[in-house]
Structure formats: structure tokens, C-alpha cells
Write a protein that binds this ligand. Sequence first.
Ligand SMILES: Cc1ncc(COP(=O)(O)O)c(C=O)c1O
Length: 362
Amino acid sequence: MNVIEHNIKITKAKSSKIENVNWNALGFGKVFSDHIFVVDYINGQWEEGKIIPYSEMAIEPTMCTLHYGQTIFEGLKAYYDINGEINIFRPDKNATRLNNSATRLVMPEFPEEKFLEAISELVAVDKDWIPKERGQALYIRPVMFGSSNFLGVHSSENYKLIIICSPVASYYAAGLKPVSILVSHEYVRAVRGGLGMAKTAANYAASLLAGKEAKAKGFDQVLWLDGVHQEYVDEVGAMNIMFVIGDELVTPTLDQGSILPGVTRETVLALAKEKGIKTSERRIRISEVYDAHERGELKEVFGTGTAAIISPVGKLNYKGREIVINNNEIGPVAHDMYETIVGIQRGETEDTHGWIHKVASI
Ligand SMILES: Cc1ncc(COP(=O)(O)O)c(C=O)c1O
């Protein structure tokens, strides 16, 4: 268990917006808490960060990020556990990934201990915004961007890191319903040597048209193939992807640099190994997935990500060939992983890995 001390300067909001929240219709990313954390990088160093009321932000029309997209972000969650304590799940992993993204986008790293302190203190200040039901959470969104004003393609001199909090509904208010996924063979999200491994806006911008077209055809999400051969499976829009083929849990390897290294992906792989499930991180052709299905060996397909934790895939459609996986029902591995992870986050299951960071009250 990890507990972090608090010592960031706080300016409290004059009044809270919390009375206006409809807790039964939170959805995702629509409601924001009273405070944010803000810190600036100026003259080659990070200033002291502060917690201030959520408010509008003034920017100049030439702020470089609007033009050249030098921006990165993260996503993690805080939960109330069954003992009424506040847990954050593996925030150190998000700190590391933020800094890996920063390096790829030529941005300054933000020290991990300061990142953890900022998140912990912001969550403590806005603790009333953490929903209490199982599956609900306070989503935490750190975003860092170039804040200098200029035109011309080069990296920014100054940067801003902001952390926002948003109470979110359980992804599965209506049960763990499998999603249907269109395998994109027309568009690509990322290529070897590109930005895929970074959590940066460009990757999401690249996905929008494919997402829109998939939705219009009745699919929930897009599965991306590699950008070089368009043959190997990469990942889903905001999730990593896993297959149970025979008795093995298979997921694409990260070594091509085109896939976001998911915290949930790493968690599931670690748990699977502990549970005695054979795991394999390797390149997987989409044709191998279809062949396995034909042989009756494709037992389960599911996505992993902070938003849904585990998202079973019921249907895959590649070039008009549709396959139904596990009768369009959640399979045993996906279900077990979901329950184990939620159990740890909620304090129902012992955290033997040190994955939970406790938020100290202030
Ligand atoms: C492109 C992409 N892949 C995978 C993931 C899953 O990552 P994590 O498990 O850290 O949420 C996300 C979500 O953050 C994502 O946006």
C-alpha cells in the first residue's frame, strides 16, 4: 500500500457545482469536478503546481498545440473501496507512460513523485465527486501540451500540465454486453516508427473517420491492423485486444511501437500468469484469428482498458466476413479478469501486488 503526503497550494472554489449533478446519468466525460491541478513549464523548468477551481482558460490563437498537436494525455481512475477508503489503481504506470509519450513528442518529463502527489491531492480535495457504486469511478485525466505562441514546426518552449477529474458511470450499467467490432482494412491508426505507442491526440484524430463509418454500419468500435502490412492485429480505438485461442491467452506484442502499452493489458497478463493461464505476446495475423475460429479454437476475444476494464467482443467483421465469438456472450477468462481487477480496486480482494495507491484525506 502506498500513501502520499499532501503539500500543494490549494485555492478552493467559492461554490460547488456538485448539487447540479445527476448521479444516475453520469455517462463518460460529461461532468467535471470543482477543481483542477495546473503546473507550467517555463524557462526550462517546472514551476510549483497548484490546485484551483475548474474554469475557462485563456489561450492565444497562435498557441502552438492548436496548430501542431504537441499534446499528450493519460487516463486513470480513483475508486471508493468497500471500507470507505479511496484507491487509485497503478498511477505510477500512468506517470511512466506520460513520460514515455513526452519523450516521443519532444516534451519535458514530469517527475513521477510530483505526478502522484498532484493526483492524490486533487482527488482528496474533490473526494465528494467520487461516485460510490461498484463499477463507478472518478476518472482522472492529466493532459500536457505546448503552451508557447508561435507559427512554425518546432517543439514548444513552454508547457502546461493540467489534471481534470470527472465522475463516470459504470461502463456496464446494463451488464457486460459484448461489443461488435469492424476490422479496418481501409484506414490505419499508427505505423512502425510513428506515434502509436504514445498517448497523443494525433492517434485519436486518425481514428475518427473510421470510427464514424463503423458506427454508421452498426459497429461499436474499430480494430486496427498494423500500418505496414495491414495484416497483423494492433489494437482497438481505446483498448488493447486479447484472444483466447485454444488454452492460450494471446495478445499483440508491443515491440513494433504502434500499440499503446495499456496498464490494464499488463495487469491482465500478470494475473493470467498467476492463475496458470498460458500467455503469449506475439504478432497475430487477422487471418490466424479467423482460422482459429474456423477450427473452433477461438474461445474468447476481449478488449482491455481503463474505461471498461474488460470489454468482451461478440462479433468481428473483416472485409464483410462476420464471425460470432462465444455465442456473443462474455467468456470465462474475460469474466474472471473483470471480477479479479474490480475486486482489487474495490478492496474486496487483497492487493498482493502493491497496485493500489491510497489517497490520504486532507
Ligand atoms: C489507444 C489505446 N489503447 C489502449 C488503451 C488501454 O490502456 P489502459 O489499459 O492503460 O487504459 C487505451 C486507453 O487508455 C487507448 O487509448
